[in-house]
Design a protein around this ligand. Structure first.
Ligand code: GLN
Length: 223
């Protein structure tokens, strides 16, 4: 039966994620309210955007609790950028966070996200100048051959290092990670930019903005 993946659609870059999920052959549903969040889902995508806004809207729209329950029951989740911030157990604000927001107190706003992944992320870590950049030679350590190979011949799913494009937009930095967290992708200098923890996947970049499907294939394998 076709699996259904919910894409949080309260703010940020959700349309591109929806298309990618459909490209993988799954049904994608946009989640906008508490009823959507309570519907039957096989997986969840938390898109990029603004994590402070998203964590507030999740509660205002009565979506936080139902989604948190599903995550605690083990539903696979993929968070990009702000979405990863919502999954992180520790969140720190980067040096330019205060300068980027209009409200003077906003750099002290606590992000109370789902906190399901033992990682520490620093928001807006690359500074204002380097906040947004694109690279062609990101390192991907997962199974670049995709879902079919993973489900079939085990020899074909031996992890290889592949080069993939990566687009960063005011990205967070994964400063620390705990036991059970594996680095799935890194910058050429080795800085981790995508991690997995069981059936949770988080990326500091935006794979929905490039053609490469490697990261999505990893998520598909979790579903
Ligand atoms: N800077 C944003 C935040 O802190 C994340 C940016 C993004 O999702 N592209 O939430």
């Amino acid at each position: 039966m076709e699996k259904t993946v919910g894409v949080l659609a309260v703010q940020g870059a959700f349309i591109e994620h929806r298309r990618r999920i459909e490209q993988l052959g799954f049904q994608a549903v946009e989640l906008r309210n508490g009823d959507d969040a309570r519907s039957e889902l096989d997986g969840l995508v938390l898109p990029g955007g603004e994590s402070t806004v998203q964590s507030k809207l999740l509660r205002e729209l009565d979506m936080f609790e139902p989604l948190a329950n599903k995550l605690s029951e083990g539903m696979p989740v993929f968070g990009t950028c702000a979405g990863l911030i919502l999954l992180a157990q520790q969140v720190a604000n980067g040096p330019v966070a205060g300068a980027e927001h209009a409200a003077p107190t906003s750099s002290h706003v606590a992000i109370s996200g789902f906190a399901t992944m033992p990682v520490t992320v620093v928001r807006n870590a690359y500074g204002r100048q380097l906040g947004s950049f694109h690279i062609a030679d990101g390192q991907f350590f997962g199974d670049a051959t995709g879902v079919e190979a993973a489900g079939g011949d085990s020899a074909a799913s031996v992890p290889t290092v592949a080069q993939i494009p990566m687009t960063f937009i005011r990205a967070p930095h994964i400063a620390q990670y705990g036991d059970g967290v594996e680095v799935l992708a890194a910058l050429p200098d080795g800085t981790p930019v995508a991690v997995t923890y069981g059936n949770q996947l988080g990326a500091t970049f935006h794979p929905e903005l490039d053609d490469d499907m490697s990261i999505y294939n990893t998520f598909a394998q979790m579903l």
